[in-house]
Design a binder for this molecule. Sequence first.
Ligand code: ATP
Ligand code: MG
Length: 397
Amino acid sequence: MENKLENSNLYLIKLGEISLKGLNRSFFEKKLKNNIKLKIHPYHSLLLREKGRFYLSVDKNCPEETVKKALSSTFGIAGFSKAVTCSKEWETIRKTAVDLISAAPFSDGTGTFKVEARRAHKQFPMNSYKIEAELGGVVLERYPDMKVDVHNPQKILYVEIRNEVYMYTSPIDGCGGIPVGVSGRGLLLLSGGIDSPVAGWRMAKRGLKLDCLYFHAYPYTSDQALQKVKDLAKLLGPSLQGTTLDVVNFTDAELWIKDHSKEDEHTLMMRAAMIKVADIIAKKRKCKVLVTGEALGQVASQTLEAMCFTSSMTDIPVLRPLVGMDKQEIIETARKIGTYDTSILPYDDCCVVFSPKHPLVRPDSETEKSSFSKMNIDDILIKCADEATEYEISYRV
Ligand code: ATP
Ligand code: MG
């Protein structure tokens, strides 16, 4: 079978956890294949599978930067590299290696290097050690000033002998995880803060396909606060393989809560109301779980008691992927995934605007459930859910 398109660039993709899967591996691989192809569309591409690897051949018109961004943001990929390929005759391998090292990072002809060979095709007459030694010689012939350093080289020439020979010099780390979509669908409560984008990213990394939900309380929360959440959703878009953002106008509900509950219960009642609306929207969207950015003990509304209470407002499980993380660890992830700078823009969300001075920290679930039902807020919440505005967020890189 032909393994690449005419006039194309070739990328070798290393699969992470997927290669460890048993019977459902082909389901995982198929999802990953579709997720990759979607991001490169409309450029023509061909993706072939071989044990633990994908070979992606993409129309040369597709900018390399686009392919790199697409692959770096696709969960299920451990790493990838632009590669060249040739047949298994030694003279061809040699020539291909010379061509490859004529480009960066080898082209300046200085520093240390090693050759790393892998012989998956066991009939190949040379073993890995011999391949490394011979090609090392080729590099030194071309660049006499370079030095071999097998322990800590500045540059590496990778060679894989399979049905064909693949060579590359600049592997890029992927984001790991498993392909978005293999774990089903969830609804992410996305606020403008630091935590919830990280929570969403982490669940997408475990294969969850996410829709997003934001509670907006205009004019108590500004249009900039909404724009910030849209921007965060856009930043997450490629990792989430695209998503939707439902924006709920929450002003009536918040004012109702303010007038119909005790001040120290405001935050809890508001959290409970959010979960009720999320429950309705999740069921409409066939989401099997809710996802929030809560971390145990981070703020008054994130005590064990408070989380147990809010969870009791829905029969859908509430996943809190950050529950055991320190704020500093969450911030580091936010920086890594590129949401931090947007998250810290100073536009408050509704919770901050309405939060009481002394919120209840250790609520009793039964008491709060009864306070909640006494508010008679259900109709308002149903209306909130019905009137949500939906935005489509692209998967494009
Ligand atoms: P974040 O940094 O995610 O805003 P936070 O530390 O500010 O979290 P809270 O304000 O207590 O914590 O919110 C806890 C979680 O509730 C958030 O992580 C998010 O999942 C959800 N949430 C809070 N406010 C909103 C909102 N306006 N719209 C949607 N979800 C929200
Ligand atoms: Mg917040």
